[in-house]
Design a protein around this ligand. Sequence first.
Ligand code: F6R
Length: 293
Amino acid sequence: MRPLDAGRRRRRSLTVTSPRAEASLSVPDILPSCRHEFPGGTVLVCPRPEAELLAASRIADLVRSRTVEGGRVVLGLATGSTPIAVYDHLAAWHEAGQLSFGRVTTYNLDEYYPMSPADPRSYRAFMDRHLFHRVNLAANQTHLLDGTVPAAHTGEHCHDFERWIAADGGLDLQLLGLGRNGHIGFNEPADLPTDQALALPTRVVALHPTTRADAMKDFGAEANVPHHALTMGIAAILAARSILVLAFGSGKADAVAQSLVGPISARVPGSLLQTVSSQVTWLVDPAAASRLF
Ligand code: F6R
């Protein structure tokens, strides 16, 4: 398999290959029917396995092209069920000797609060399991907000987190999932003027009831789900040089449509991505896209 180099290609000519896939997928073959432009950005509608492979290829392309040039890459990563197969592809390419993370630095979107990184339900443990421990990413290359910081120091910690990202040169690519309620990171729907929402910093937030209900599967019962989390702010997310949003399944259809074609509003945090639409690509399956057309 030849390495991909998206840095020198336009999105239209991206070739997608996987050690797991017998045949390679070529975007030009699927693009004419699946590529759409909406106020919220470019949207590729394709079956979930293809979307996952495309997302992983886009990340791998970026890492490879920068590594070849001797540079570094700063990735913003997400947890949740959505990106798991993307991480599987990246880990498989690494295991096959086709992808190195030696020059990669990562920052994750969020962490429950309070939460110990040693807790298997923590997002640190999630990332270790699904990606970090499967590839050559040492602990000092990966950064998650710390769910053990004393309450009086969370503000300072969140501010430091943003400073570290800036000191590393900013996020080259932010991977995002989308909450059923339209949240990005754990920036939950809010009654805020849009300009204030766009400036929201990295901070402690109260989790929305929908978010806590969705997290129940990981915590056994809703009563066990933390009420708070630390999240990268809207401003830090939108500052990423490119943003890849993944959404799969009919449960995301409303949030996808509201984010892409609804009014820009803090009530649907995904809609705030419309303000930076030229840097946003959405990869959605037909079920998640079902309210768009
Ligand atoms: C996770 C995150 C959340 C999830 C969203 C979707 O780091 O920031 O915004 O992306 O809640 O979760 P899943 O993928 O489980 O549907």
